[in-house]
Design a protein around this ligand. Structure first.
Ligand SMILES: [Zn+2]
Length: 184
């Protein structure tokens, strides 16, 4: 992994991701936001978690932002780009960003329950992969984490009944409870 300019440089982009995350609140989704930024600073795509709104298990912020960026570029390969997301990616999103060949991943809060970029697994820096993006973790982590914490604090009292949803427990869920940060 190459050494990088810590936090500062990515603070503004994380601000955009945070703004995206807040949009998820309007439809009752866990507030996670992402942006894809080109090498010259242009925002290529943005997205926020829309799993509940769309009834789509794959509608994570990162996937939506990567798809938007690929549409903008007109190609699936997003070399040179940076994916900036407020929460450590899950296994699906970590896989997606490797497939998109982004140069760099910047994320905010750590996800102890389902994080796949250092916490529970490390999908993107597996030495067996040909393409390993640079990773910068913990950018504006306090703000990113506080947004999630307040979301769960607000809904916890009345969310007991909907906890397990209709999903059977699967190993790929990472073992997180439906109520926990890990599960979006
Ligand atoms: Zn994900």
């Amino acid at each position: 992994m190459t050494a990088t300019i810590a936090g500062g440089r990515h603070d503004a982009a994380m601000g955009l991701a945070l703004a995206e995350a807040r949009l998820a609140l309007a439809h009752g989704d866990v507030p996670v936001g992402a942006v894809v930024v080109a090498g010259d600073g242009t925002v290529l795509g943005a997205g926020h978690n829309a799993r509940e709104r769309d009834g789509d298990p794959t509608a994570h912020a990162e996937v939506i932002a990567l798809r938007a960026a690929a549409r903008a570029v007109g190609a699936w390969r997003l070399a040179g780009a940076t994916l900036v997301v407020t929460l450590e990616p899950c296994t699906m999103c970590a896989g997606a960003l490797v497939l998109a060949r982004v140069d760099r991943l910047v994320y905010g809060a750590f996800d102890d329950k389902a994080g796949a970029v250092g916490s529970l697994w490390d999908v993107v820096r597996d030495r067996r992969l040909n393409h390993r993006p640079e990773v910068i973790a913990g950018v504006r982590a306090d703000e990113c984490g506080a947004l999630l914490a307040s979301f769960f604090a607000d809904r916890r009292p009345d969310s007991a009944g909907r906890a397990p949803l209709a999903e059977p427990p699967t190993p790929s869920e990472g073992g997180g409870e439906p109520d926990a940060l890990g599960v979006r």
